[in-house]
Design a protein around this ligand. Structure first.
Ligand code: GTP
Ligand code: SPV
Ligand code: MN
Length: 600
């Protein structure tokens, strides 16, 4: 067996080898050659289907097991030493109990398979933000995905040296092979899955799933759940945010981060093509941001990932041409539909589907079929470097300085297009009340409104009340003049006809422009009980065919809706045993403001 210069790493790999009993162990070097060889093996195994090499060079389609299509929040655990530290929004299990249970499941779980050792780095390897992980996995699909999504391979082992720290990540699809057994294209454990995090020892143990955030452990598990704990301890922030650069005509470039829940528009916004003439948006990251203070007192952000694992359905030339251009080659598509000429298709790509497709389950599909051809959580995995709008500075080891942070979810009612918080604490309050209609990104009922504070409900590795306190503390450390301005946004408000009031996508540049106008202190606003709302005249709506009534509805702070919202926020806050007093005060002030408005 290959051994490194790092005895701690070697010993850990040996320990898991003896638990999981793989047929062999392979140390990944991260080379193109290794990637190509793994893709060939995956094609031979039926996991990957090569797409047409003229139209989609270097691209493949994978179809998952129907039981394994999204993150499994019910089976995701924060195993902190004390249940109190996981808080009311996380599943908790005693770490010793969880270790014993999972050890038992992992015993022999890799039989007949290869155990890959995947050293990876989140953040540019030369960045002070960078964090190293090593993932053991028996899924070659995960290995090739990790090579796209993270900086992976030999250079990471070199950076680790003889005693460098790394997050220990163990992953098995939970499908051991008996001698002579024929493998299936997407091995997993259809019944039993468990994603366990041990925040104190910085470990991740994932069993039974090969899909997305359950299995690519650098992403949600390390860069959000474990990193949020490290960030709390060290005074920085690990967030479910996109990062973009925006350059208005004749004005300097600025950087904006935005937290939206899963499948609520981060990838789209990060790749936005502004409809405002002369404006330019460049992409820094589409899902995760790590933010910390620079020496200049501003908050600087890096994207810890090196690829996009983006939602396919709804992506089209009309909605996201930059993503479509990014997907020209070298993509791993998962759970999209396949055309008869080996191209991909999904709902929302074209107005008319082709007459025949193979759907995400591998079945024949025609436009008469009742089920979607692509799974609603079908995704593409692609290198960020091949995105035409990628900002040249996206890998800057120091990150980029953030001028504004937007928070938003999918709300058919109540929440206006954009509101600016009055202060950092008020912004923390608004973000703590965020809610969104559930999407297909996680198992559960799509459409139901749930509170998703900071878009971090499924991703905070500790007590959400402490997380709010941490945000307040970060704000208190900063110079208010240098902190990013905070905004609450909603692209998804609907009219009485049930249709979206706002066209979204590139038109969101109009809200972005107003936010920059507020940062630069020249955009007008109305002081409403929930914060500063644009005056209709302060939003640049030139060239947009939008009725005055629609604009009024989009910007409306409806007292009846907000009085109901205040009650819903009280219920939400009632679930927290630890809630910073400042947030209760903000809620009280909001309730009072509406009471005064009603009587006054
Ligand atoms: P995760 O990767 O799950 O964290 O999601 P995300 O926040 O990056 O979501 P993404 O940008 O992939 O968008 C998900 C869905 O929302 C897609 O179907 C988009 O077409 C749709 N969407 C994105 N932006 C807008 C918008 O401005 N308006 C409307 N109506 N839909 C949007
Ligand atoms: C999300 O669900 O927010 C994602 C996809 O970005 S996954 O990596 O599967 O969590
Ligand atoms: Mn996400």
């Amino acid at each position: 067996m290959n051994t490194t210069k790092h005895p701690g790493l070697d010993a850990w790999v040996e320990e898991w080898e003896s638990t999981c009993s793989p047929a062999r162990v392979v140390w990944c070097d991260g080379s193109q050659r290794e990637f190509d060889a793994l893709c060939r093996e995956l094609v031979a195994a039926g996991t990957l289907v090569p797409l047409d090499q003229q139209t989609c060079p270097g691209s493949f389609l994978a179809r998952s097991d129907p039981s394994d299509v999204a993150r499994v929040e019910e089976q995701t655990f924060i195993c902190s030493n004390s249940a109190d530290n996981a808080g009311p929004t996380n599943n908790w299990c005693d770490p010793n109990e969880m270790r014993a249970k999972l050890r038992h499941w992992f015993r022999g779980s890799m039989a007949g398979r290869t155990m890959y050792v995947v050293p990876f780095c989140m953040g540019p390897i030369d960045s002070p933000f960078a964090r190293i992980g090593v993932q053991l996995t028996d899924s070659p699909y995960v290995v090739v995905s990790m090579r796209i999504m993270t900086r992976m391979g030999r250079s990471v082992l070199e950076a680790l040296g003889t005693d460098g720290e790394f997050v220990r990540c163990v992953h098995s699809v939970g499908a051991p092979l008996t001698p002579g057994e024929v493998d299936v294209p997407w091995p997993c454990d259809p019944e039993t899955k468990c994603i366990a995090h041990f925040p104190e020892s910085r470990e991740i143990w994932s069993y039974g799933s090969g899909y997305g955030g359950n299995a690519l452990l650098g992403k949600k598990c390390l860069a959000l759940r474990i990193a949020s704990v490290i960030a709390r301890d060290e005074g920085w922030l690990a967030e479910h945010m996109l990062i973009l650069a925006v350059t208005p005509p004749g004005r300097p470039k600025r950087y904006v981060a935005a937290a939206f829940p899963s499948a609520c528009g981060k990838t789209n916004m990060a790749m936005m093509v502004p409809t405002l003439p002369g404006w330019r948006v460049e992409t820094v990251g589409d899902d995760i941001a790590w933010l910390r203070f620079g020496d200049d007192g501003r908050l600087w952000a890096v994207n810890p990932e090196s690829g996009f694992f983006g939602v396919a359905p709804g992506t089209s030339i009309a909605t996201n041409p930059v993503a479509m251009a990014t997907l020209k080659s070298d993509v791993i598509f998962t759970n999209v539909a396949l055309t008869d000429d080996l191209n991909v298709w999904w709902e929302g790509m074209d107005s008319d589907p082709p007459p025949h497709l193979t759907d995400w389950r591998g079945h024949d599909w025609t436009p008469e079929s009742h089920l979607p051809a692509a799974h609603p959580n079908a995704r593409f995995t692609v290198a960020a470097a091949q995105c035409p709008s990628i900002a040249p500075e996206w890998e800057d080891p120091n990150g980029v300085p953030i001028s504004a942070i937007l928070f938003g979810g999918r709300r058919a009612t109540t929440v206006p297009l954009i509101v600016q918080a009055r202060s950092w604490a008020h912004g923390v309050f608004l973000a703590s009340t965020m809610a969104s209609e559930r999407t297909a990104a996680a198992a559960g009922t799509v459409g139901e409104v749930r509170r998703d504070p900071f878009a971090m409900l499924p991703f905070c590795g500790y007590h959400m009340g402490d997380y709010f306190a941490h945000w307040l503390a970060v704000g208190a450390l900063g110079d208010p003049a240098r902190l990013p301005a905070l905004f609450f946004v909603n692209w998804f408000r609907k009219g009485n006809d049930g249709q979206f009031l706002w066209p979204g996508y590139g038109e969101n540049s109009r809200a972005l422009a107003w936010a920059l106008g507020r940062v630069e202190a020249n955009a007008a606003a109305v002081d409403s009980p929930i914060g500063y709302v644009p005056t209709p005249g302060s939003l640049d709506l030139g060239g947009l065919d939008l009725a005055d009534a629609a604009v009024e509805s989009l910007l409306r702070v409806d007292p009846a809706e907000w009085i109901a919202e205040v009650q819903a926020i009280k219920t939400h806050y009632g679930t927290f045993d630890r809630l910073p007093i400042e947030l209760r005060e903000e809620l009280h002030a909001l309730e009072q403001a509406f009471a005064v408005e009603q009587t006054g």
